[in-house]
Design a binder for this molecule. Structure first.
Ligand SMILES: [Zn+2]
Length: 154
């Protein structure tokens, strides 16, 4: 029987064209499909919910960072009333609880007033501003960083 040549000729044409097409589809199919399925093996019945839950978990850490920034602003604002004497405060520059150094100095306005009185009333009146408590101001400085923390006006 001549069953040898005809089948072999048909198989040659069939094996020549199909191989490139079949070899290209099978790898592409299994390669692309398993990727989306691998993420949903445990929850095969509810694929859409698995994607919806992921973005929710990412937004939570972002919301936690916001209150942290608000606390820092409140932490800096500390109204401190400085008095005529040294006092214990928290330095806003070196962030240390220190005992301020109170320095009493004659106000520049008092010096100007004394100069005017000296010109108008003579040497007998120029000393008046120097004995007035309101002519002095107390400057509070940080002993650690030497920063001026506040000024107390009598
Ligand atoms: Zn300081």
């Amino acid at each position: 029987m001549d069953t040898g040549p005809p089948p072999s000729y048909a198989q040659v044409q069939g094996t020549t064209q199909p191989p490139p097409e079949k070899s290209g589809l099978p790898p592409a199919g299994p390669g692309m499909m398993p990727v989306p399925h691998q993420g949903l093996p445990p929850q095969q019945g509810l694929p859409p919910q698995a994607y919806a839950q992921q973005p929710v978990a990412v937004q939570q850490p972002v919301a936690v960072q916001q209150p942290v920034a608000v606390q820092q602003q409140i932490y800096v604002q500390q109204p401190v009333m400085f008095g005529p004497h040294s006092m214990q405060v928290m330095c806003g520059y070196c962030h240390q609880t220190v005992q301020t150094t109170a320095e009493s100095n004659l106000k520049s306005s008092a010096i100007l007033l004394a100069t005017l009185l000296c010109l108008v009333g003579g040497i007998l009146c120029c000393w008046i501003p120097c004995v007035m408590d309101s002519s002095y101001e107390t400057t509070h400085r940080c002993p650690a960083c030497k920063a001026t923390l506040g000024i107390y006006n009598a």
